[in-house]
Design a protein around this ligand. Structure first.
Ligand SMILES: NC(=O)C1=CN([C@@H]2O[C@H](COP(=O)(O)OP(=O)(O)OC[C@H]3O[C@@H](n4cnc5c(N)ncnc54)[C@H](O)[C@@H]3O)[C@@H](O)[C@H]2O)C=CC1
Ligand SMILES: O=C([O-])CC(=O)C(=O)O
Length: 273
């Protein structure tokens, strides 16, 4: 049998995305990757969650994860992103971030990668088509737009809605609740448009990437439409994500996108840009 070099994985945040990824890795989905450590707000609960694993990982604080792993998947709340990212980058690890919106306001992390040999590998996550966006961005791009529609409850509590006194409970028809660029969207909706941040990083940056957000009682899925005009192609792409029962603003595809990203990191053959 081929001897596959093992990479140690740590997962920061054992919630909707993290637990699904942890279960799949523990079940042997990726032969080149073993689950070394996880971090969770409630360590006792995390210990219960991994107790039945074939090979239970260590349960560590966020800042200890980089000591134990080559790859760190960040799937925690945006508020603790920098704690995870700073240690991963300082120790030259590969960081796979999900709370990508935070990155847009900390581009200095990207500047530090060369110094430490760390990498940041952003999964497509709940979006689609970043392969084509990256390809057209090698040429001239006129515009990139994202229109996101979510069931109103999925947007509840977003800082932009709170600051502007928008009550999603009262919304009975599709309503545009935000229009601006990807940087502003990431600030106003940190738990909802990470996809806008990933799109901005893949394409033409946070200032030029335009984002609209709709609270739409007629949709049951988190729906993202990307429209691109460029000198090589016109892109029109829509993804309709089934919300996870545990955390409806997060689509089921997100954990699967992390798995595909991890597979790509260790695969001898890679398909797609
Ligand atoms: N890039 C993308 O396409 C997507 C990104 N996301 C983002 O991914 C992140 C995770 O999403 P979910 O798994 O749905 O969230 P979740 O709320 O289900 O899980 C987050 C977990 O982090 C844990 N946590 C909180 N504070 C912690 C701390 N100090 N130390 C360790 N763990 C801590 C919580 O206990 C929870 O289990 C969010 O920021 C979300 O906005 C979600 C969907 C798509
Ligand atoms: O669609 C989803 O599942 C999640 C989402 O909008 C995001 O975090 O950007």
């Amino acid at each position: 049998m081929q001897n596959i070099p093992q990479q140690r994985l740590a997962i920061a945040g054992l919630g909707t995305i993290g637990l699904e990824v942890a279960r799949r890795i523990d079940a042997g989905a990726l032969p080149g990757i073993s689950l070394a450590a996880v971090s969770a707000r409630d360590q006792a609960r995390a210990a219960e969650r991994v107790a039945g694993f074939r090979s239970p990982p260590k349960i560590l604080s966020l800042s200890e994860l980089a000591d134990e792993a080559d790859i760190i998947v960040e799937c925690a709340p945006a508020a603790v992103f920098m704690e995870i990212a700073n240690t991963a980058v300082a120790q030259g690890r590969t960081l796979v971030p999900l709370s990508v919106g935070v990155l847009l306001n900390h581009l200095e992390l990207i500047d530090r990668l060369d110094e430490t040999g760390a990498r940041i590998v952003v999964p497509t996550g709940a979006l689609l088509g970043l392969d084509a966006v990256k390809a057209v961005a090698e040429g001239e791009v006129e515009s990139i737009r994202l229109s996101t529609r979510k069931p109103p409850a999925g947007l509840k509590g977003a800082p932009h809605l709170v600051e502007n006194g928008i009550d999603v409970d009262g919304i009975t028809a599709p309503t545009r609740v935000f229009s601006g660029n990807a940087r502003e969207a990431a600030k106003g909706f940190p738990a909802n448009v990470n996809v806008g941040a990933a799109l901005a990083l893949a394409g033409i940056g946070p200032e030029r990437t335009e984002v609209e957000i709709w609270a739409d009682p007629t949709v049951t899925r988190n729906t993202h439409t990307v429209t691109v005009e460029s000198d090589s192609s016109r892109l029109n792409m829509t993804i309709e994500n089934i919300p996870t029962p545990e955390n409806p603003p997060t689509g089921k595809i997100t954990a699967l996108s992390v798995m595909a990203t991890l597979r790509r990191l260790t695969a001898p053959m890679v398909v797609g840009t």
